[in-house]
Write a protein that binds this ligand. Structure first.
Ligand code: CP
Length: 314
């Protein structure tokens, strides 16, 4: 694999899921692969799981790891071309990406959507600039529109917990007071659409995802109706794509409760974390009917499968 920026970089999703499960069984089998190789993890935004799981995965493969919180540990980076740099951004991404790439064999980047300008966010300016200028493979640690490491871990988790060959999976919008990016929901939809699982999306009117990600997935605006018979309930809040970045409702009736889970086929609740308890999902569901910790643990194996695939091609 050359880069891991999106699903389109993956030749065979099922093989990558199986590779993640294989790495989980034997985490140090490929420790020689990363010897004398360095990965740089660049964070424009906070992280708990992505930072630690990717660091651990790289170390399991024998790699050296460097981590930087961009703009806090480093200079703030200018992304635009042809600008007079007389503001607070002291370094241009052209030099910064090239310099970081000269120290690293792989560069991994987290840079969230700004949620102000849809076209700019959906052009993926930050990750594209690093792809253009770093000169080494790039891994997406959550960009403006996608979170592929998360989606791979989600599919690994579903593979582990599914009780039928074709489980019913429901992606449901959850209430929140802050505008959040569409990246996790976009990516989840994109990856699940590569499987033959039954897949339904449910959200209030006005929260339709870009068709680029949702494809032809059935959308049901009645959450109770959508949840019927679900084997997995994947919860996430996202702000509106059509009225870009806006919070159109905070309707608390969309929170996942025990009563909602009773509509499912003894389903399991999934969420990428972090999650706000009793705003998006109740304590009862999180503590008794969820696989959120197992999902987060699988981030290590998803990252390891991806890094192994990239290292194998270096
Ligand atoms: N799920 C996820 O990406 O978690 P972090 O934001 O903590 O990395």
């Amino acid at each position: 694999m050359k880069n891991f920026i999106s699903l389109h970089d993956v030749e065979n999703v099922q093989e990558l899921v199986q590779e993640g499960l294989k790495q989980k069984q034997n985490p140090f089998a490929d420790q020689k692969l990363g010897k004398n190789k360095t990965i740089g993890l660049l964070f424009f935004n906070p992280s708990l799981r992505t930072r630690l799981s990717t660091q651990k995965a790289a170390q399991n493969l024998g790699m050296n790891v460097m981590i930087m919180n961009v703009g806090q540990d480093s200079w703030q980076l200018e992304m635009d071309d042809d600008v007079i740099m007389n503001g607070d951004k002291a370094e241009h991404v052209k030099e910064a990406a090239a310099v970081i790439g000269s120290y690293c064999d792989i560069v991994a980047v987290r840079a969230f959507a700004g949620l102000q300008d849809r076209d700019a966010d959906y052009r993926e300016i930050v990750i594209e600039k690093f792809r253009q200028y770093a000169g080494v493979p790039i891994v997406n640690l959550e960009s403006a529109t996608r979170h592929p490491c998360q989606s791979l871990a989600d599919l690994i988790t579903i593979e582990e917990f599914k009780k039928t060959a074709r489980p019913k999976i429901v992606l449901t919008w959850l209430p929140h007071f802050k505008p959040l990016p569409q990246a996790v929901a976009n990516s989840f939809a994109e990856w699940v659409n590569m499987t033959d699982y039954e897949f339904v999306i449910t959200h209030p009117e006005g929260y339709d995802l870009s068709s680029q990600f949702a494809g032809n997935t059935k959308v049901i605006y009645n959450q109770d109706e959508a949840l019927k018979g679900a084997d997995f309930v994947y919860g996430k809040n996202w702000s509106s794509y059509t009225q870009y970045g806006q919070v159109l409702t905070q309707d608390p009736s969309w929170m996942i409760t025990k009563q909602k889970m009773d509509l499912t086929n003894n389903g399991l609740f999934m969420h990428c974390l972090p999650v706000r308890r009793n705003l998006k999902v109740t304590d009862e569901v999180l503590d008794n009917q969820s696989v959120v910790v197992q999902q987060a643990a699988n981030r290590e194996w998803s990252a390891q499968a991806v890094l192994k695939a990239i290292l194998s091609g270096l």
